[in-house]
Design a protein around this ligand. Structure first.
Ligand code: ZN
Length: 270
């Protein structure tokens, strides 16, 4: 948490409000985020105009008018929210960015696994990882089938490996494999081409539904304007051990795969 749909929702809620704005001031109150907030971070944002905003896997990428890129990774509990400047500060507001329209962009993160950095544009792939985005049109059955060959890991581990597929975490991997009818623990190399086709289709469907509902608010997640998402109410298997499968009423089972709680229907998923 947050995964692709949550980051996409932050992007969609923030972009219309901040693209084109100029950064007036940056206050870094806590540098101990993942990798540390660089000494020059505030200086490299101050005075810059925020250009286009995009998502790459779980990273937000904001183009600056000096051709550099501002990267934001929300880690496990990060929130990047926009509010009027007179809104009261909260605990864990680690970085506060004042914009030229009087609004304030705040990075809050109780567990501090998130990351904020300004990088040179050519370093983007190296900084964010090369994994394919499951919403990209190049993520096809053929492509996934090729990725699965000669992999000794489970399909769940492969989908969660950010160097191969960028943006999926534990929640959406569980949901996607349920919708695809594939057991999370199955060896990736043993999947048929048709299984890969169903996983690709399920990825698009689950992620699109989740984005439509503003993501899943399991713990701290909020969108760019501080609102909760609602997709957790639509989860078919995630965190539903013992509850009836929405397809066949068999109780959902749980076991640990790739070190994380995994949920599946023993009847619908093979
Ligand atoms: Zn079932």
């Amino acid at each position: 948490m947050p995964e692709l749909p949550e980051v996409e929702t932050v992007l969609r809620t923030l972009a219309p409000a901040i693209v084109g704005r100029r950064v007036v001031a940056v206050r870094v109150r806590e540098r101990r985020l993942r990798g540390g907030v660089a000494r020059g971070f505030a200086a490299s944002l101050e005075g810059r105009r925020l250009g286009s905003m995009a998502r790459r896997g779980k990273y937000l990428v904001i183009a600056l008018d000096d051709a550099r890129l501002w990267l934001v990774h929300l880690g496990m509990t990060g929130q990047l929210t926009l509010a009027p400047a007179d809104v009261a500060a909260r605990r864990h507001d680690h970085v506060v960015i004042e914009l030229d329209d009087g609004q304030r962009l705040t990075y809050n993160d109780p567990r501090r696994f998130g990351r904020l950095a300004v990088i040179e544009s050519p370093a983007l792939a190296a900084e964010t990882g090369e994994g394919i985005d499951p919403l990209d049109e190049t993520f096809t059955a053929e492509m996934l089938f090729a990725l699965t060959r000669a992999r000794r890991t489970s399909i769940k581990a492969l989908l969660m490996d950010q160097r191969r597929v960028a943006g999926l975490g534990n929640i959406y991997t569980n949901e996607i494999l349920f919708r695809a009818g594939v057991r999370p623990g199955r060896r990736a190399a043993r999947l048929a081409r048709a299984d890969c086709g169903r996983i690709v289709a399920a990825s698009r469907a689950v992620l699109a539904d989740a984005i439509r509902r503003g993501g899943s608010s399991i713990s701290d997640y909020r969108d760019g304007l501080g609102r909760e998402g609602w997709f957790q109410l639509e989860h078919c298997v995630y965190d539903r051990a013992g509850e009836p499968c929405p397809g066949c009423r068999t109780p959902i089972r749980t076991r640990v795969v790739v070190g994380r709680s995994t949920f599946y229907c023993p009847r619908c998923q093979r």
